[in-house]
Design a protein around this ligand. Sequence first.
Ligand code: ATP
Ligand code: MG
Length: 245
Amino acid sequence: MGKVIVVVSGKGGTGKTTAVGAIGSCLAAMGNSTLCADCDAGLRNLDITLGMTGFAVSNLSHVIDGECTLAEAVMKHPTIENLSFLDAPPFYRAEYDLKKAKDIFAEIRETFDFCLLDAPAGIGPDVEFAASLADMAIIVATGDASSIRDGQVMSVKLREAGIEDVRLLVNRVRGRIFSATGSTVDNMIDAIGARLIGVIKEDREVTLSANLETPLVLYSRKAAAKGFLKVAQRLAGVDVPISVK
Ligand SMILES: Nc1ncnc2c1ncn2[C@@H]1O[C@H](COP(=O)(O)OP(=O)(O)OP(=O)(O)O)[C@@H](O)[C@H]1O
Ligand SMILES: [Mg+2]
């Protein structure tokens, strides 16, 4: 039975799409059948991160509306075996049939070992919809005060939505900024109230790989790529210690 993990953040631009692409690629490279699904209707850009621009013909809306099957909407990655992509619709509709969506995600759990949902930022109905389909959530936060505050709110909302397994991924760690603002990973864990799943350093290779439309795991062996691989290993049940330095 596969696991559906929604990747969220209170504040925008913290690295959700980057995380979904990088962790999903690593899980697939480790041999897990993995689906990266874009749930950021309207602002979707997971296809760019995965290097799959223009691949998708159909999206999640088409599957929910019965216009195509899940298998028809899911696109296989051209080079990373075991990795698939499901595109987001161009806009979110409040009247989605939740029961139909839950049935589709039951099929996803039967087909894939992992499904990562790239959620929009914030706490709107579109995020609630994505959260209601997931078994676990990862909050992506940076050390900025506003990101921590918004992560706090998000953590409460996710638990209210019934997700018990909520984890924190600290992204874009830059030593000097963290020490200058007094923000530490420990403070963030306490403030947001979620167990740590990983710490990712600020790394220009992330932006370079995104701009070249090449998945990070194929482009880089440096700090961020290593950090995302460790998160994937932890999700797959490998005991990898977390360094907060
Ligand atoms: N660890 C990192 N080091 C350097 N740059 C990063 C890192 N993580 C993310 N970025 C950059 O930050 C920007 C925002 O990342 P991304 O699009 O993944 O965020 P997001 O949370 O999905 O944003 P949105 O809320 O708009 O959906 C991108 O330009 C990305 O390349
Ligand atoms: Mg995004």
